[in-house]
Design a protein. Structure first.
Length: 328
């Protein structure tokens, strides 16, 4: 059997070594980190059997005398007790379970259903444009080759819904615009057919995309909660991340258009909200969003102010950061 080397100190080790005797580092540290993450995801999804399986695998990669081994051994025992107690509990009739689920979620489901029905015709309208459909299909093909078709399809639909949010607001405000165009590796954009000079109007149009994008992410998260299919969780997290990135207040990104209307004190209030969201969620992309927001707040080109835009911006920052915690 070929000997291995410790990645930290370079000591030659036998193939079956679990920890380096020279520096004490774990040989399978990367694998253990991934197993812990998989176990945590399974536990949060209520799949205790798979969570226990991940921890049991991790247990076999740790030295028996280590503190980590003792901690994980106790965790496996706790999961085993939880699984056994669930199996011993009296069976609940399926009809009763369905009734409780319906009563607790009926209002939310009805709201979502009405929203989807009211917006479906408008969303399908964009796909009737040849330029949108062809560029969208090309975008889908590129990301299919990288991530597989389920995630690629979810990603392209989420971006499409984001862009149609801009289109919907433009139509509401009576502003002419073209259909969304997709560019692989970049995203998508909507070409305006007239200039927007009013900063409040520009802010409404800019933030409409992330608002609709947030809705798409929440729908994906809801489907994950119902089905347990992790691809929907990935779509929700990635959609949240992409829409949060769009809130960076620079260049032509949506965040820049939203910040443009804010007065000086509102900009600093937004910076404070971003700092709080960073502490709460730990989403590192907020370092960029907040850093650029600080720079923009130091400029003298502040807008007339609008508290509703500020409130929308803050809600988007917190909601999208929470959704995007699994990314970045």
């Amino acid at each position: 059997m070929t000997p291995i080397q410790c990645v930290r100190c370079g000591t030659d080790l036998p193939p079956d070594t679990l920890a380096c005797p020279a520096c004490g580092s774990l040989i399978h540290g990367g694998t253990l980190t991934q197993l812990a993450a998989d176990a945590d995801i399974a536990a949060r999804a209520g799949d205790l059997v798979n969570a226990r399986a991940h921890w049991a695998t991790a247990l076999s990669l740790l030295p028996a005398q280590s503190q980590q081994h003792a901690v994980i051994r106790n965790r496996v025992a706790e999961l085993t007790r939880s699984i056994d107690s669930s199996a011993a509990a009296p069976d609940t009739p399926a009809a009763a379970v369905d009734t409780r689920w319906w009563r607790s979620g009926a209002l939310g489901l009805i709201t979502v259903a009405l929203l989807v029905i009211s917006k479906l015709k408008f969303l399908l309208l964009g796909l009737t444009k040849a330029s949108t459909f062809i560029s969208m299909f090309a975008f889908f093909g590129v990301y299919w080759s990288i991530y597989g078709w389920p995630l690629a399809l979810g990603l392209v639909l989420a971006i499409y819904i984001h862009e149609m949010g801009h289109v919907a607001m433009l139509r509401t405000l009576g502003i002419e615009a073209g259909a969304p165009m997709f560019i692989p590796g970049v995203g998508a954009f909507v070409l305006l057919k007239q200039h927007i000079g009013d900063p409040l109007t520009d802010a409404k149009v800019g933030l409409a995309g992330p608002v609709w994008g947030l809705g798409a992410a929440l729908v994906a998260l809801g489907i994950y909660a119902i089905t347990g299919a992790r691809v929907w969780l990935a779509i929700a997290q990635l959609t949240g991340f992409l829409n949060l990135f769009n809130l960076v207040p620079v260049w032509q990104l949506d965040g820049s258009r939203g910040l443009h209307v804010l007065a000086q004190w509102e900009r600093w209030a937004l910076v404070a909200a971003i700092a709080l969201a960073l502490m709460v969620t730990g989403q590192r992309l907020l370092f960029i969003v907040g850093g650029v927001a600080v720079w923009r707040s130091l400029q003298r080109d502040s807008g007339p102010g609008d508290t509703r835009v500020l409130a929308t911006f803050v809600v988007l920052i917190f909601a999208l950061s929470l959704l995007a915690r699994g990314v970045g």
